[in-house]
Design a protein around this ligand. Sequence first.
Ligand SMILES: Nc1ncnc2c1ncn2[C@@H]1O[C@H](COP(=O)(O)OP(=O)(O)OP(=O)(O)O)[C@@H](O)[C@H]1O
Length: 233
Amino acid sequence: MAFIELNNIKKEYTVGDVTISAVRDCSFTVEKGELVVILGPSGAGKTTVLNLLGGMDTPSGGSILVDSNAIHQYNKKNLVNYRRNDIGFVFQFYNLVANLTALENVELACQICRDSLDPKTVLEQVGLSDRINNFPAQLSGGEQQRVAIARAIAKNPKILLCDEPTGALDSTTGQRIIELLQNTCKTMGTTTILITHNAVLADIADKVIHVKNGTVNHIVLNENPKKSNEIVW
Ligand SMILES: Nc1ncnc2c1ncn2[C@@H]1O[C@H](COP(=O)(O)OP(=O)(O)OP(=O)(O)O)[C@@H](O)[C@H]1O
């Protein structure tokens, strides 16, 4: 059994009298410790899939199994605990708390979950030992994203979910963020899922799930994923 299994997932939104099918018949698996890129154009359903995986939303049909747990059957309380303890989230625009320092941002996330790592140590691991007392506005975009990654991995999550993590960064800074995500995935063994419309990022993944019109189009396994310094966009 795979670490993550999505089976025939369907997600529909009802807006007034209209039903919008965001995701349909979507199935794929992710192995423990794998780095997976979900790639597809705008509107393909990537964010919907990520939100379902992260327990921010529940499917209209199908099943989601994470580490043998049936996430699709979770009630609100189960979902709160799942999001707190099992999921680390990295966003395109970092979403740091502006009036807290880098260290305080990471500490805040650690306070709500069990088994968290030492915030200072994790900030050192992401290369920010000399910036821990800075506020987000005093940091570059790349540094802010490092804080956001530190905040997510300090929770010691089962899964790291990244929504266009390099989308707001230039190519060189983005490469360094990819390097950090690749290293974290390999050294900590954190299963990492990254959604993007940037086809260049496909090469850095162990597995690429191509999505189109709300469903999986095809899946590619990379025997030899590229290093971050081998890709440019
Ligand atoms: N809460 C919602 N209510 C209604 N429709 C929605 C909702 N969320 C998503 N959709 C629709 O579902 C479809 C898939 O959207 P989704 O955001 O998952 O795509 P995406 O691949 O992440 O796109 P992008 O790269 O632009 O973020 C779109 O047609 C979108 O308009």
